[in-house]
Design a protein around this ligand. Structure first.
Ligand SMILES: [Zn+2]
Ligand SMILES: [Zn+2]
Length: 358
């Protein structure tokens, strides 16, 4: 039997239900999901009454497990391989891909919908085409990314979204150079991953900004050289006092004021990067005239860390295995699937990352 966490209709409670999968089609892979991190996009789907997706919806998009079955034409993986399920996989055909910039791919290879609700046979829409809060998922082979088996599966799962979004922002979207000064606004799971990415890139100074003492402490453990308490005094002034303006500032919070602050924290020629997902309608309140004739801060946006999963996930996995990244510290709780609805309600309030074991 295969279970999945289903959001049946707007406003409904999330329920663990039996689901049925059609067999994998050409270039598709069936993965026995063993771990799935809880990430904010699933909460967003619930809070926005489905985020434009058709109901019923199968939740989960930060999963890892083992390949169980492959469809015709699959060459990249075989049954028994440990894989991380990526929600982006450069298509190879869009304008970005054909000009040699797959990190900016505007499309993604995807499997056909294969999951149905057992009770009535209704086709389920999978969040970000993953639906990994389930015992099994069928994904495009390009989205089944092989990683070393030695990496514990609950750590591997975090590579699927939150960790690679943050680390990728500092490593690939707006690459931090060796010795650079960096500010990270917001030290939830994604912000802490930015800290780790900046550390791996060799940043000289990493200033972590958060209102919560335990998050600032976590940032220190994960590589921040300085922390700023945004609740007591102006965080921009504090960062500038420490660094005279940073080379890179990352906003890893949802509020649009984060990017605004990031721009103001930068020194001359710095780059401010939006990593967190802002609310709909959010705008930027930066004085562009003063920027052009002043510090000339670049403003960048990343979605998911602009990763190339097939290259970057194995790289991050190896870095975790040889101790250059501390993925283990990100897994602060593991829970069974039945406890996922309550944990999603409390997301971001307990620890760094809660991972569902399946
Ligand atoms: Zn996510
Ligand atoms: Zn593309």
């Amino acid at each position: 039997m295969t279970r999945g966490l289903v959001y049946a209709e707007p406003g409904a409670d999330l329920v663990v239900e039996e689901i049925v999968l059609d067999p994998p089609g050409p270039n598709e892979v069936q993965v026995r999901i063993e771990a799935c991190g809880l990430c904010h996009t699933d909460v967003h789907v619930v809070e926005t009454n489905g985020w434009g997706m058709e109901f019923p919806i199968l939740l989960g998009h930060e999963g890892a497990g083992t390949v169980e079955e492959v469809g015709s034409g699959v060459t990249a993986v075989a049954p028994g391989d440990r894989v991380v399920v990526a929600w982006r996989a450069p298509c190879g055909k869009c304008r970005s891909c054909t000009r040699g910039d797959p990190r900016r791919c505007s499309s993604a290879l995807r499997a056909k919908p294969r999951a149905r609700r057992a009770s009535d046979g209704a086709m389920l829409s999978a969040v970000l085409r993953c639906g990994t809060l389930a015992d099994r998922a069928i994904v495009h082979e390009a989205c089944a990314v092989k990683v070393p088996e030695e990496l514990p599966v609950e750590q591997a799962a975090l590579l699927a979204c939150g960790f690679s979004t943050g680390a990728g922002a500092a490593l690939w979207a707006t690459p931090v150079h060796e010795g650079a000064s960096v500010a990270v606004i917001g030290c939830g799971g994604v912000g802490l991953a930015v800290v780790q990415g900046a550390k791996l890139a060799g940043a000289g100074r990493i200033v972590a900004v958060d209102v919560a003492a335990e998050k600032r402490e976590a940032a220190r453990m994960l590589g921040a050289t300085d922390v700023v308490d945004a609740s007591t005094a102006d965080p921009i002034a504090q960062v500038k006092e420490l660094t005279r303006g940073v080379d890179f500032a990352f906003s890893a919070i949802g509020a649009s004021s984060g990017l605004d602050q990031a721009v103001r924290m930068c020194g001359y020629g710095g780059v401010a990067t939006l990593v967190g997902v802002p609310s709909e309608g959010a705008t930027l309140g930066v004085d562009l005239y003063r920027n052009v004739f002043g510090p000339k801060v670049g403003i960048a946006v990343t979605h998911g860390g602009d990763t190339i999963p097939q290259e970057d996930f194995p790289f991050l996995a190896r870095a975790a295995l040889d101790g250059r990244l501390d993925l283990a510290r990100f897994v602060t709780a593991t829970i069974p699937l039945e406890k996922a609805p309550a944990a999603l309600e409390r997301l971001g309030r307990d620890g760094i990352r809660t991972v569902v074991r399946l």
